[in-house]
Design a protein around this ligand. Structure first.
Ligand SMILES: O=C(CO)[C@H](O)[C@H](O)COP(=O)(O)O
Length: 227
């Protein structure tokens, strides 16, 4: 089943609780944590995640675009995140960190920037619940989708199938009604959408539309059966 995770990076930060409620019905709320070091932008941290946890029933999918995730990621689990994504380029000990996130009770996920290949991480995949392939350079919403990432999505789906893993494959960046079908056909099953959801007149309806487009595109994919 396709999952749609609205990215609060495109929400109105002065009304975060209302903006979170506006997309109830989404699978997860994608929370973009940026430290102005790993990426050239600054957003929010642990206290706001704690507040969001109280403001919505939707589980929180925290994407840490930060340096030193080995130190900070466990605090996001304690703050109430149901899934925590750290970047492969930033983690000093990704296996140890994934195990710690899981041991604390959240789903462990690792992200790859566009220029980072999947192949060196093949042996780590069983340690993860989700792999995030960035389809823009991380840091800002509203950027155009990088379709040169489609082969990497395909290769990652093949590795997941080869190893028989129950790993979710998330894409983030430029996902919209014009790009989601290509991502789904390539093998993604979790879709982060910022401007395509919060830029819509009815964000909840945008979530439903994106989900049905993705589901139609993957209905006959062998890896999607029973998903
Ligand atoms: O991680 C991100 C940027 O680093 C955002 O989640 C992403 O860009 C979503 O915004 P949009 O759908 O508008 O591209």
């Amino acid at each position: 089943m396709a999952q749609i995770n609205p990215s609060i990076l495109s929400a109105d930060f002065a009304r975060l609780a209302e903006e979170a409620k506006a997309v109830e019905g989404a699978d997860w709320l994608h929370v973009d944590v940026m430290d102005n070091h790993f990426v050239p932008n600054l957003t929010l941290g642990v206290p706001i995640v704690e507040s969001l946890r109280r403001a919505t029933e939707t589980p929180l999918d925290c994407h840490l675009m930060i340096e030193d995730p080995d130190r900070w990621a466990p605090q996001y689990v304690e703050a109430g995140a149901g899934s925590v994504t750290f970047h492969a380029e930033a983690a000093a000990a990704p296996v140890r960190l994934a195990r710690e996130i899981r041991a604390k009770g959240a789903r462990a996920s690792m992200a790859l920037k566009p220029a980072t290949p999947i192949e060196p991480y093949e042996d780590l995949l069983p340690e993860l619940d989700m792999l995030l392939i960035m389809t823009v350079e991380p840091g800002f919403g509203g950027q155009p989708f990088l379709d040169v990432m489609l082969p990497k999505i395909r290769r990652t789906r093949e590795l997941i199938s080869k190893h028989g893993l129950e790993l979710w494959l998330q894409v983030d960046g430029g996902v919209s009604a014009t790009t989601i079908e290509r991502c789904a056909e390539a093998g993604a099953d979790v879709f982060v959408a910022g401007s395509a959801v919060y830029g819509a007149k009815d964000p909840a309806d945008a979530v439903r539309t994106l989900r049905s487009m993705a589901e139609r595109s993957t209905a006959s994919a062998p890896w999607a059966c029973g998903h």
